[in-house]
Design a protein around this ligand. Structure first.
Ligand SMILES: [Zn+2]
Length: 72
């Protein structure tokens, strides 16, 4: 049985992937702004499709972490 663990409750708003990259979650829709693997700012069209325009990386939602203001 494949265990691709997608959390039931997804973080919303701006998120990172274990502290890298930058994306915006709206509902189940992911917009990848900055790639967590190659750190390039993403092409808008690729961003809306949730993958990196540069290295084709598709970030895992299991790595998604909300950006909590005030935590440094
Ligand atoms: Zn990339």
């Amino acid at each position: 049985m494949p265990s691709s663990a997608t959390p039931d409750i997804l973080p919303q708003g701006e998120i990172t992937f274990r502290g890298r990259g930058l994306a915006v979650m709206q509902g189940r829709r992911l917009s990848l702004k900055v790639c967590p693997r190659c750190s390039q700012r993403n092409d808008r069209r690729a961003a809306e499709q949730g993958h990196c325009h540069w290295c084709a990386y598709i970030p895992s939602l299991a790595d998604a972490e909300p950006i909590s203001p005030g935590s440094a």
